[in-house]
Design a protein around this ligand. Structure first.
Ligand SMILES: [Zn+2]
Ligand SMILES: [Zn+2]
Length: 132
């Protein structure tokens, strides 16, 4: 185990990278300089900076299921390539074809994006965002 980062990955995202293994057990280069444009699945648990909830990662978790706040970590979904790392505020939500989407805006850089809600997301919060 190496200590890799000094608070850059406040959500504990470093945990998976510290191991430096992909699913086939191949040793991968570790560090924020590692960037890829492809979708990558990472299992990562984190503590929500907004509400303090302990969130168990599913590999696709990019936001807190309790308060729905996210973290600006991805350039493309799952790649964790964004250097910003600040909190993403859920601005509004919409329902489309039986799926809920949450629109985010980064509190630091203003980047906006939309994600699908996860089954474990707090539905009351989503409804509130839809009715906003
Ligand atoms: Zn939260
Ligand atoms: Zn940002």
């Amino acid at each position: 185990m190496e200590i890799l980062y000094r608070g850059i990955w406040a959500y504990g995202i470093a945990a998976t990278r510290v191991h430096g293994m992909d699913e086939s057990g191949v040793r991968l280069p570790v560090g924020p300089q590692m960037k890829s444009k492809k979708f990558q699945r990472r299992i990562e648990n984190f503590v929500c900076k907004k509400c303090g909830a302990h969130v168990k990662g599913s590999g696709y978790t990019d936001h807190c299921p309790v308060c729905l706040w996210g973290r600006h970590a991805d350039v493309n979904p799952g790649d964790r390539a964004a250097e910003c790392g600040e909190m993403m505020e859920p601005m509004r939500a919409e329902a489309k074809n039986g799926q809920y989407f949450i629109h985010y805006k980064c509190t630091e850089c203003g980047h906006e994006f939309r994600v699908k809600s996860a089954p474990e997301d707090n539905f009351d919060e989503i409804i509130q965002l839809i009715n906003r």
